[in-house]
Design a protein around this ligand. Sequence first.
Ligand code: GSH
Length: 212
Amino acid sequence: MREIWGVGTPRSFRPIWVCEEMGLEYRHHAIGPRTGETQQPAFTKLNRKQKIPFYRDSEVALSESVAICRYLTRHSDNGTFYIPQTKKSLAEEDEWCAYIYGEIDQSGLYIIRRHGDLSAIYGESPHAVSCAADYVTRHLGVVARSLEERVTLMAGGFGLADIILMSCLDWCIAYEVGLPAEIQRYYEVHAARPAYGRAMRINYPDSFGGDP
Ligand SMILES: N[C@@H](CCC(=O)N[C@@H](CS)C(=O)NCC(=O)O)C(=O)O
C-alpha cells in the first residue's frame, strides 16, 4: 500500500496531485508542517529530516517532493499524464524540474517563507523577502517565454514538470507575486483539471471547510 505523509504545503500537494492524476491509490497521513508532528519519534524514525512530504510503499521509503513524484509517475499510465520515454525528453523534463525547484521554489518562494512567515525561526528580513520576490518574477519571465505557444512545459503534454510549476504558482498567488499573462492562462487551464481540484481539497482541507 502506498502511503503519503504531509498536508498543507505546496510540497505535500505535489505527490497527492500525481496520485490523483494517475489514479494511484494511497493512504494519506495528514500531518502538517510546524505542528510538531514531524518531530514525533515515530515520524523521525521514518524520515530523519523531519520534513514532509514523505512516501513509503513495499519497495521504497522516500523524502523530497520531486523524487517522490518522479517515482510515482513510473507506476501507471492512464494516458492523461505525459511520461517521457526517450533520453532526450527525460533530460528536458529533468531540466524543468531542477530549474523550477531550485530557482523558483527553493531560492525564491522558500526564502520569502523563511524571512516572512517563518521569521521567528530564520530572522526577519524584508529586504530578503523583496529580493526573493524579484528573483521569482525574473524566472517566471523565463518560464513564460516557453508558454507562449503552448500550455504545457513539455511538448508531449501535461506531466511532472507542470505539477511542480503549478504548485509553485499557487504559492506565488498566496504570496502576491504577479504572474505574467502566459503563465496566468496556463494556470487557469490546469487549475480546471478535476485531479487538481481533488488534490487541493485533500492538501488544503482548511481552505475547503476542513472536509477533504
Ligand atoms: N526539499 C524538500 C522540502 C521539504 C520541506 O521543507 N518541508 C517542510 C514543509 S514545506 C517541512 O516539512 N518542514 C518541517 C516542519 O514543518 O516541521 C521537498 O521538496 O520535499
